[in-house]
Design a protein around this ligand. Structure first.
Ligand code: HAM
Length: 426
């Protein structure tokens, strides 16, 4: 193709049978995950919401946070005349913006919402890390009850369980309340400042903006300094409120038999988090990349100009879920075969064969042959399409207003009036 390709880090989601189809870009796989998550989340009372693909820059800068990699390095901006926008890098800040702007506080509280869709981050592309990727996202607004946190985590695990993925690890921590963070960041600043010269350029900035993010640094040099200094973790700096909240979340999960590891080093890559924060990891996706993650964000609505509205949520990367399924050999469910295949035996019957298939589509999948063929050939084609019934029609059937209907699993065959076809299929 004369140099016209899709941009790096993006992908076409393709139908089954496409040559070189990679599992994480299977259109059917994406759809399966969305439908499965929709069932799990809607059974738990969540409602579907969708926000625009692009937002005002301020929503993301304020919401996600100025010190994050997402805002500092990975923003996709879009220009229209003199206006500048940002392609959404995640779903939470846009949903909270929509919640505030549309007065969704009126909904029964807490409001449970879910969405899915493309997100955009200008990262360096590699397997499992793309510039356009897709998330499944669940958010609960209006409660800071630890039971809501535990339920959110349980729902995330239920999605994993329904998918059939097993080898996961749930890493749970707490990033404390803002006042705990101020204290902890001061502790880190005091600890790292004498070594500032050795830190990466990014971490020098982090030392000023948000020292906690140094712990999350991808630089090997930074990780070596961290290993030397052995900083105490946020979890050891929780205030009473955050600590009691965290214990309660852990107690619910334990009571429900949901296995988790307390991970004091959880930092998360977004600034809005408070208290509960977690990630789900899978060995097939790689140690540095999570299958999904989430946390509480009680101050986000206020940052976006709304009233105080506690919130919590999570997101999975759809491509990464598909990679994890593939790594464990979990297959996607086979697509349902045809209910009916209609084959014309002579050219004159092609139009009527098509029309019979159109009618049967009110009951299920139905298709027809675009070419007239001998009965044996039509039956072969029907079998290839995994059809349950095949109907054959030629000029004599047309004259008599009948059709030959064969049940392909029992071999039973009869000639029936065309007007009876739907009731027979039913
Ligand atoms: P996040 O950890 O930035 O959190 O992203 C959630 C998931 O999206 C990741 O665990 C990963 O599976 C997937 N993901 C992120 N970046 C990429 C990428 N470049 N390529 C492929 N997959 C990626 C959030 O976005 C939060 N909004 C989650 C949340 C919801 N917190 C509270 N509510």
């Amino acid at each position: 193709m004369s140099g016209i390709t899709r941009p790096r880090g993006t992908q076409d989601l393709l139908p089954d049978g496409s040559p070189k189809l990679e599992v994480q870009f299977s259109a059917r796989g994406h759809r399966h995950l969305v439908e499965l998550a929709a069932r799990v989340l809607e059974n738990a009372g969540a409602q579907y919401i969708q926000t625009p693909m692009f937002e005002m820059v301020e929503v993301i800068k304020r919401g996600v946070g100025d010190s994050t990699d997402i805002v500092r390095k990975e923003m996709f901006t879009a220009k229209a005349q003199s206006d500048e926008f940002i392609l959404r890098p995640e779903g939470t800040a846009p949903i909270v913006r929509a919640f505030v702007q549309n007065g969704l506080k009126q909904l029964p509280s807490p409001a449970k919402l879910w969405t899915f869709g493309a997100m955009f981050r200008a990262e360096r592309p590699q397997k499992g890390r793309y510039r356009q990727f897709h998330q499944l996202d669940y958010e609960v607004l209006g409660s800071d009850d630890p039971l809501v946190d535990a339920e959110a985590i349980a729902l995330m695990m239920q999605v994993i369980d329904r998918l059939g993925v097993k080898k996961i690890e749930l890493k749970l921590g707490s990033v404390g309340d803002p006042e705990d963070r101020v204290q902890y960041n001061q502790y880190l600043r005091d600890l790292f400042t004498p070594h500032a010269e050795r830190l990466s350029e990014d971490s020098k900035d982090r030392l000023v903006l948000n020292p906690m993010r140094i712990l999350d640094s991808k630089s090997e040099g930074d990780q070596q300094i961290i290993a030397e200094l052995q900083p105490k973790m946020m979890l050891d700096h929780l205030g009473e409120g955050a600590s009691a909240h965290f214990q309660q979340v852990c107690a619910y999960l334990t009571a429900w038999g949901i296995p988790f590891t307390v991970d004091p080093s959880i930092v998360r890559g977004l600034d809005y988090y408070r208290r509960t924060a977690w990630e789900i990891h899978h060995e097939g996706v790689g140690a540095k990349s999570a299958l999904g993650g989430g946390g509480r964000y009680d101050g986000l609505a206020e940052l976006l100009g709304g009233p105080h509205t506690p919130g919590i949520g999570w997101a999975f990367g759809i491509e990464r879920l598909l990679i994890a399924m593939d790594a464990e050999g979990v297959k996607l469910p086979e697509p349902e075969g045809l209910l009916l295949y209609v084959g014309a035996l002579e050219e004159a019957a092609l139009g009527q064969a098509a029309q019979l298939a159109f009618g049967a589509r009110s009951l299920g999948k139905a298709d027809f042959s675009y070419k007239a063929k001998a009965p044996g050939k039509q039956i072969q084609d029907a079998l290839k399409k995994n059809a349950r019934f095949v109907a054959l029609i030629g000029s004599s059937e047309m004259e008599q207003g009948v059709v030959t209907l064969k049940n392909l699993s029992t071999g039973e065959q009869s000639t029936i009036p065309q007007t009876d076809l739907l009731s027979k299929l039913q």
